[in-house]
Design a protein. Structure first.
Length: 131
């Protein structure tokens, strides 16, 4: 799994970003310009671990799968995510142009999906006992 999601440059770029800190600063200063970069989804009460290696459900218009985030880099207004297929161990990367606001994919915290499944099972079990 190694799609190339980058090929667009926008002439309205404020400045070139080459670090995660620069990306965060730009996203904080102009959230409306970078709303499309909110690709990591998690429930409000989920604690985001600071280390890499977290699993995500990857969802794109064409596919989905369970991936592990190994690294994230920012260079020349691009975000590069180094991912690993959770089942096969196959390595790949995704590149996101920070100026391209088209939808490419979402990453949903795997812990949240597991919690939702458990909550649904408990709800259904309780409902079946009551019925």
């Amino acid at each position: 799994m190694n799609p190339d999601l980058l090929n667009h440059q926008d002439s309205k770029t404020i400045k070139t970003m080459n670090t995660i800190d620069e990306l965060i600063t730009n996203m904080t200063d102009a959230p409306e310009k970078y709303h499309h970069l909110k690709i990591f989804l998690h429930r409000e009460n989920t604690k985001i671990p600071s280390e890499f290696g977290r699993k995500y459900l990857f969802v794109s218009p064409d596919s989905f799968g369970l991936l592990k985030l190994n690294d994230l880099m920012v260079e020349n207004n691009s975000i590069k995510l180094h991912m690993e297929d959770a089942f096969t161990g196959q390595l790949g990367s995704f590149t996101i142009d920070t100026n391209d606001d088209s939808f490419n994919f979402l990453l949903i915290a795997w812990e949240d999906i597991q919690t939702l499944v458990v909550q649904d099972k408990i709800r259904n079990t309780t409902k079946n006992v009551i019925d």
